[in-house]
Design a binder for this molecule. Structure first.
Ligand SMILES: [Zn+2]
Length: 410
């Protein structure tokens, strides 16, 4: 007979998710819990008290990241579970907090069942994942992984001119650099999908193989401003008509590269933007994401060759790369463990990629890391309508628990 699987307490998980939704809760059932705000402080304080009640030790690093550790029989590098407690303005009740409460529910289940792990288990709350109050996003994990400079981050200001460093001190969460996450046996982040795929395919779990690479460009089209009434059409250099042609070409050429490629022209500025004046300048952005960097490179080739397409209405075209990021692949063995746990629990699943950024992608540079997605209802996130079915949250946490048990028995 098959051994009964250890399962989490789904009701307790739901109650905690609802309690956290109260820290910065909005009128329309969303959450505004900006990093290092009063609401964030209350969520942190409550999270700390929950962990201490379980006999965990809570430390804080110099970026304000919290680490709650359940000691192991052996003092080995820990298994780390977590995500972030901050939200965007008028965000949802699941983004980030689900990953932190996953850790809490896993540890509570171990403690309930008197399982003493042979290595420590740490729950992490990464500071300022969203970058909604202080840019950039994934700020603390960026510093931990050496991608961002701490001193520069400390000086980042919010819209009231308060620096990140000041905010950290004012809520009492400036800790010690010695407490930073440096090594771990594994890091597991459960997160809502923030897209429509799992729901559309009727699946409960997504095993995330990577965070996709991307490239972002700013394209400037320069024409000439003249009077809108007196200049014949044949004698114009209209930057907007030029940009329009270029946008059509971009759409046509990128659409045939690969069906998984996503690309967005998210910002278009027209100058001088006066209805009686022919536009002399248009600036627009193009960002494209794909897991295969060869596809991303093909996009770069197309964008950098725009000026030679002969569709620019006599305007000058320059394409400037703002930034790019390589695909981050998660640890294949951990992905396999997550998949095995999902299968053994009988949950429907698929392998997928993350189009959005997450702390896990930075931590993956120095810790074996993997991510799991649960469905977002209507694909919605970063808004008050963000929802995930309770049973899907529960399933996701069960998979993490089962994977932790597998790692402990290795
Ligand atoms: Zn998130």
């Amino acid at each position: 007979m098959q051994k009964q699987k250890l399962l989490i307490n789904g009701e307790r998980l739901r109650l905690e998710l609802e309690r956290f939704a109260g820290f910065g809760g909005t009128e329309n059932n969303g959450v505004t819990r900006l990093a290092l705000s009063e609401a964030d402080r209350r969520a942190r304080d409550y999270f700390r008290s929950c962990c201490e009640e379980l006999g965990m030790t809570v430390t804080v690093d110099d970026m304000g990241c919290m680490y709650a550790t359940l000691p192991g029989v052996d003092n080995k590098p820990p298994i780390v579970i977590g995500s972030h407690l901050d939200s965007v303005k008028k965000g949802g009740r699941f983004d980030g907090v689900l990953g932190v409460l996953t850790g809490l529910e896993v540890v509570r289940t171990l403690v309930d069942n008197q399982i003493k792990p042979n290595m420590p288990i740490t729950i992490v709350n990464f500071t300022n994942e969203e970058g909604a109050r202080f840019e950039p996003s994934m700020m603390a994990s960026g510093v931990l992984s050496g991608k961002f400079d701490k001193e520069v981050m400390m000086e980042k200001t919010d819209e009231d001119g308060i620096t990140f460093g000041e905010a950290l001190r004012s809520i009492g969460y400036e800790g010690d650099e010695a407490n930073r996450l440096r090594e771990a046996a594994a890091l597991l982040e459960l997160h809502i999908e923030q897209g429509p795929i799992l729901e559309k395919e009727g699946l409960s779990i997504g095993v995330v193989e990577c965070v996709v690479g991307m490239a972002c460009y700013e394209i400037e089209v320069t024409g000439e401003s003249d009077h809108a009434g007196t200049t014949p059409m044949s004698m114009r250099k209209d930057a907007l008509f030029g940009a329009n042609n270029l946008i059509n070409e971009i759409r046509k050429r990128l659409s045939v590269l690969d069906e998984e490629l996503v690309f967005t022209i998210g910002r278009v500025n027209v100058y001088p933007s006066i209805h009686t004046v022919i536009p002399n300048k248009v600036i627009f952005t193009l960002e494209a994401r794909h897991k295969d960097m060869e596809i991303v490179n093909a996009v770069k080739g197309i964008i950098e060759g725009l000026s030679s397409l002969g569709v620019n209405e006599g305007c000058e075209v320059t394409a400037t790369k703002l930034w790019e990021r390589d695909t981050v692949w998660f640890e294949p063995e951990l992905c396999q463990l997550l998949e095995q746990s999902t299968e053994s629990l009988g949950y429907s699943n698929k392998r997928m990629v993350s189009g959005a950024g997450h702390d896990a992608q930075f931590i993956a540079s120095f810790v074996p890391t993997a991510m799991l997605f649960v469905p977002s209802i209507n694909g919605k996130s970063h808004c008050e309508e963000e929802r995930t079915a309770w049973e899907d949250c529960e399933k996701g946490v069960n998979v993490v628990l089962d994977t932790v048990l597998a790692l402990l028995s290795k």
